[in-house]
Each structure stands twice: as structure tokens, then as C-alpha cells.
Design a protein around this ligand. Structure first.
Ligand code: EPZ
Length: 431
């Protein structure tokens, strides 16, 4: 089993390059199946969830070429089945995007129902409500969601809760429906805008993405395109928090600073200095006495839930008491038990973490409960005294490309190991 082993206590310095946004790319890959023409996608992150999605597309008959790790050429004119029922596909929640994409194009799709996950039950009722409003018959049975329609018709859809997945899924299906669809209370996340831009580059007619009302005028067909995925704001934010926690000074390159505003504001409140450039952000925490603050996760442009564990790790080292309120996922504080083993003082009351800052974390063997919490534990390990081992790093590899390599370029003492001997060797060399 692979683990990350690290010796903390070194500030991070230098520059790090951010890759394409995983959560945008997952939907864009599914949407690439909506045309018979060839689609070229650049700035694709080379992470596990993306590779699962590509395997699923190949599994249903799409032709996939990967001339380089970050570029893929997809031709879906030869799709042979609309049944996406593979064991591995249940492991990525974003498999539900194949439903919207295939329903839009073929008016029929059957996709294995993704289960709940470590951060919450993750319902998809709003996706299904949207498909039904467009005229599809939707059924969930035997572990599969099936959706079918003779024709899809534009509709006025109000989302009872802001949902990234439902907004994108409805957007995809409505793109090839007849007439006009309006999605109210739509998600405004940068990846929603990116998917809309991608579809528009294929000939879709989508207006208002990035606001809470999206208007889609259906078109009969989509054509090929060449598109570059936006930078990953969560990967960028993760490195920004790593700089803050280790009292480092780093430049995070290839970002859209506007997408990072909530993170930037919270880091400023903790006392870090942030300097924004056109497509990079510098975080300086070298002499910072980290200050406590409070934060609530909210849909964009609020503070992202996917940055909540990383923020908690920083606040755990602050000079006072902070609160972190999780308003999106009901189960996203599991990692705080692991962090407590590193010396953090955190009390959970309902959906609020009350964090009393400590002077330092100490190394321990901890386990990543999910993707972002796993990254947060690595940050804690880099800030901690002594050796930290993070288990279950397959979660981290789902969404961070070459995480340990990028950290190493910033001076981190970290290694990926898969046996006791290499782990011990690292520990000896690092001490
Ligand atoms: C996306 O999940 C991201 N995943 C998540 O990132 C992220 O945490 C989340 O958006 C919120 O920003 C992908 O993009 C693949 P939602 P998604 O639908 O779309 C409720 C990561 O670490 N809801 O916006 O599944 C739901 O319970 C992952 O990269 C319903 O009630 O999230 C939640 O409370 C983890 N019914 C809220 O809406 C529905 O039908 C927001 O969920 C759908 C959602």
C-alpha cells in the first residue's frame, strides 16, 4: 500500500505550476461524447478520476487518443452502448455526468448509481428532477439510473439547492433539447462556466453561466472543438494553505486569481501576505503569527467546501480560537480525529469545528479519509515536528497530480513509499 512519508518543519519556498481543474475536466470529458466530431482537450489533469472517466468512455465505444498526459483526442461517433455499468465507474461520483451527456445526445442512458462517500450521502434527486422536467422518464433500479425520452423539451427548472452536479448535468441534456431551458438557482462555480464555454465552443447556445440564472436554447447538434480546461482552483488553494501552514513563501503559477478570492481573503485574515499577478499568486507567511478567524463553506463565490480541511489545518496553528462551519457536506470533519493525533485541538459541535490553535503539530501515522482531507493531512505533516506517515493516499491521487513531486520542488521532505524498508530508509535519511 502506498503511503506518503514526510519530515515536517521546513518552510516551503519556490514556484509551483497548477494543472487543469479535475472537476471541470470530468464534466467536459463526458460532454465530449455529445458530438460525432473529434474533440481535443488540453490542460487535462493526469489524475485517477480523470483516467477512470476516460476508461468508461472507451468502454462504451468512444475512440480515445492520449498523445500526451495533458492532451486527449476523443471521437465518440462510434459509441456502441448507452449502458455504463462498470464496477470501477461507481467509484467516481462524476459518472453521473455521462447520464446528462448521453441522454442529451441519444435520448437514452443507463449509468451505475454512484454510492455515497466519505463526506456525505450525496443525493442526486435534483439531477433527476431536471431530467424529468426536460421530459425524460427516469428510473432507479438494480443499482442503475436509467433515463429515456423520445424527445427532450426545454423547461423552466428551479434547483431547490445550489448544486454543481445538477446544474452541469441539466445544462448538458438541455443543450440538445428542443426549445429553451432556464435553470434558476444555478451553481456559479468556475467549472460550471468552463463546461458552458466548452459546450458553446461546440455550437451550444448557453447564456448566463456564472450567474444564478442560466438560459439554454437547444440546438440540433454539436460539432468538434479544441478546448483547454481552466486551472484547478482547489489544487492552487491547497498549495496556498501549505505555504501558510509551513511559514513559507511560494508563487502558485497558472491560476485565475479571481477564482481564488475566497481563499485569498481568508489567508489575509490569518495574517499572510498575498500578492496577485495576472496568472499567479504569491503567498508569504515567513514571519506570520497566524491569526484565528471564522469561515463558513458556501457555494461559489463563497469559501469552497473542498478547501475546508486545508483551512482547518492552518487555523489549528493560529494564535487563538477559530470556527469552521461546514454547510455543504454533512460528514466532512472525519479527518479532525486524525489531526488530533498530531496534536490539534478541535471540538466538533454539529457542523461547526471549534479550533483552538496550538504552537505546533507533531508527526504521527494518520490515514486520509478522502481526497481533500488527505491533502490537508499532508499539509499538517509538512508543518509538524518529526515524521508523519499518511496512509490511503489513493484518495489524494484521485485529484492531485504528482502531489509529492510538486511539494518536493518547493523544498518539502516528502516521499511516496510502498514498503516498510523504503519508509525506514526515508526516516533515517531525513533525520
Ligand atoms: C461537486 O460535487 C464537486 N465534485 C465536489 O468536489 C464539491 O465538494 C461539490 O461540488 C461542492 O462544491 C465534482 O465536481 C466532481 P453538489 P457535487 O451537487 O456536484 C446537495 C472534490 O473533492 N445535493 O454541488 O456532487 C448535496 O447533498 C469533490 O473534488 C442535493 O441535495 O456537489 C450538497 O449538500 C468532493 N441533491 C449540495 O447539494 C442533489 O441532487 C451541493 O452538492 C445534488 C446535490
Amino acid at each position: 500500500m502506498e503511503q506518503f512519508v514526510m519530515r515536517g518543519g521546513e518552510p516551503l519556498f519556490g514556484e509551483v505550476e497548477i494543472g487543469g481543474a479535475k472537476n471541470a475536466a470530468l464534466a467536459i470529458l463526458a460532454a465530449a461524447a455529445m458530438t460525432d466530431d473529434t474533440v481535443v482537450i488540453d490542460n487535462l489533469p493526469d489524475v485517477r478520476d480523470i483516467n477512470v472517466m476516460l476508461t468508461a468512455l472507451e468502454g462504451i465505444g468512444a475512440h480515445i487518443e492520449r498523445p500526451e498526459a495533458h492532451r486527449v483526442i476523443i471521437n465518440a461517433s462510434c459509441i456502441t452502448t448507452l449502458n455504463v455499468d462498470y464496477e470501477y465507474i461507481k467509484k467516481i461520483r462524476a459518472s453521473y455526468y455521462l447520464l446528462g451527456a448521453l441522454l442529451g445526445k441519444f435520448k437514452r442512458a443507463e449509468v451505475a448509481l454512484p454510492g455515497g462517500c466519505a463526506i456525505g450521502s450525496r443525493p442526486i434527486d435534483l439531477h433527476l428532477k431536471g431530467f424529468r422536467a426536460l421530459g425524460a422518464k427516469v428510473d432507479v433500479s438494480y443499482g442503475l439510473i436509467s433515463a429515456e425520452a423520445k424527445k427532450l423539451f426545454g423547461a423552466h427548472i428551479y434547483l431547490d439547492k445550489v448544486s454543481v452536479g445538477a446544474t452541469i448535468n441539466i445544462l448538458m441534456a438541455a443543450t440538445l433539447a428542443e426549445g429553451r431551458t432556464v435553470i434558476e438557482n444555478a451553481a456559479k462555480e468556475p467549472h460550471v462556466v468552463d463546461v458552458a464555454n466548452f459546450l458553446n465552443s461546440m455550437g451550444a447556445n448557453i447564456r448566463g453561466a456564472g450567474t444564478d440564472v442560466i438560459r439554454i436554447t437547444g440546438v440540433p447538434r454539436l460539432h468538434g472543438t479544441e478546448y483547454s480546461v481552466i486551472p484547478d482552483q482547489i489544487e492552487a488553494g491547497t498549495f496556498m494553505f501549505a505555504a501558510a501552514a509551513t511559514h513559507g513563501d511560494i508563487v502558485v503559477r497558472n491560476v485565475i486569481p479571481k477564482h481564488l478570492e475566497a481563499t485569498t481573503v481568508k489567508l489575509l485574515e490569518t495574517g499572510c501576505e498575498i500578492i496577485e499577478y495576472d496568472d499567479s499568486v504569491r503567498v508569504v507567511s515567513t514571519d506570520t503569527v497566524l491569526q484565528p478567524t471564522s469561515v463558513t463553506t458556501l457555494p461559489y463565490p463563497g469559501f469552497p467546501t473542498d478547501m475546508q480541511p486545508q483551512m482547518t489545518v492552518v487555523l489549528g496553528l493560529s494564535n487563538g480560537v477559530s470556527t469552521v462551519t461546514e454547510s455543504i457536506w454533512e460528514n466532512r470533519f472525519k479527518y479532525t480525529g486524525e489531526l488530533a493525533r498530531m496534536g490539534a485541538e478541535i471540538r466538533i459541535e454539529s457542523n461547526i469545528a471549534i479550533i483552538t490553535g496550538v504552537q505546533r503539530y507533531t508527526g504521527a501515522v494518520v490515514s486520509a479519509p478522502d481526497l481533500r482531507a488527505g491533502a490537508a493531512l499532508v499539509i499538517a505533516g509538512l508543518a509538524a515536528d518529526g515524521i508523519t506517515v499518511v496512509d490511503d493516499i489513493h484518495y489524494i491521487q484521485r485529484g492531485y497530480e504528482c502531489f509529492e513531486e510538486k511539494l518536493k520542488t518547493l523544498g518539502a521532505k516528502i516521499e511516496k513509499v510502498d514498503n516498510e524498508f523504503d519508509r525506514k530508509k526515508f526516516e533515517v535519511q531525513a533525520s
